[in-house]
Write a protein that binds this ligand. Sequence first.
Ligand code: NAP
Ligand code: HSE
Length: 435
Amino acid sequence: MVNSMTEAVGVGMLGLGVVGSGVARALRDKAATIGQRVGRPVELRGVLVRDPERQRDVEGVSLTRDPRAVLDDPRVQIVVEVMGGEEPAHAYIRRAISAGKHIVTANKEVMAKHGPEIVSDAARCGLDVAYEASVGGGIPVIGPFKLDLLANDISSLSAIINGTTNYIITRMSQAGLDFGSALREAQDAGYAEADPRNDIEGIDAAYKLSILATLAFHARVHPNDVYREGIGGLEPSDFRYARELGYATPLLAIGKREPEGLELRVHPAFVPRGSMLANVDGVFTAVQVEGDLIGRILFYGRGAGAGPTSSAVVADVIDLAQRIGAGPVRPSLAPTDANIRLRAVSDVRTRYYLRLVSADRPGVIATVAGILGERSISLSSVLQKEDVPLEEGGRYAEIVFMTHHAQEAAVQEALEQIRRLEVVPRIGSLIRVED
Ligand code: NAP
Ligand code: HSE
């Protein structure tokens, strides 16, 4: 127990990787500022790692491989969880709450899967769980949903919410890098998850969308509720066509409240070049929100990396340290709308970009247009490039169809039929257009 307003607030940390090292450095280098803001010193008392013997680039930190040394330390009032993954992180957070500690976490997987339950269980014990760093790295986005936007009915969220994929897309489309080199750069910069498939396959973005949607729509959104496609299917020619047609191609996380239900999806999308979201490059990320009172707003900044993420973590530590012993805690992630319905992706209506690799023969465009037309999918434009060399060998024509609004189910049905055409050896890509 801290029994005086001058005694230091003790912090224990789980993890000393990219984020944990940034947090340890900030707590050390900004100790005087942090102490002034809290009104008493804040001290890092112990850090859990897998390998305490390994050389670290942060000195003077007490390392342990025994979780009890942090979770059960009576000198620790706030546990910062920056180890990542679902387990054992989730179990350690639970155990820290049982031991009477407040929690700060950057872990979107744990918060997306278990957040509402953890937050309300902690609140029952008079403890708070802060998770600003779990979405948007350094961008303040959780805080505004918990407070500043509360008067609004939110109708939509559109977010470029994964720094790694945005970095990869930017480097591929602007510098012509191949996928592997762009990913390596993102890993070297500390942006990627321990398993980068979480970034590339849109899993990390789906976790973040679940957290934001739970806050924005006051409904329990689980990651399994989110339709998800990653960036693995994007090819350099998609970026070229997007440019030619006036679009950028980010991995977009979309949450929309429609009369038919809540639409939740993560996938690459064409967004018009002139829009705010088309100009979010590199590790920058952005969350665009539409509310009935506030209209459209955009949160924008660095979405990953040690500096921005430690900014959010340390701010949460300062906030909790200021409020220790201040009285009852109100759960911040408490879904109140139990009747929300989800809208199946097959019901979504949007515009589409469809790139086909095809034999350069008369009648191909007419055949494909006919298949689309039979399902009331009307075309807004068609582009054909002749004699395109393919990675897998041979030279083909590439045909790009842009559609007007159409229903996803009809488009998928048409795709099935197109796939069976002998003159279409490969469907290049199908990208939804969000304008
Ligand atoms: P990281 O570099 O892989 O670091 C993970 C740390 O946790 C390491 O110090 C590791 O110990 C420790 N650890 C992992 N599993 C452990 C276990 N079972 N027992 C004990 N220690 C364990 O990860 P990171 O990039 O810092 O990310 C940490 C968390 O922050 C994740 O939830 C991530 O999603 C989130 N986040 C990351 C960023 C970012 O830009 N990187 C941004 C926002 C949020 P060793 O050092 O001994 O291996
Ligand atoms: N891997 C994540 C990203 C880290 O690239 O966005 C930040 O949450």
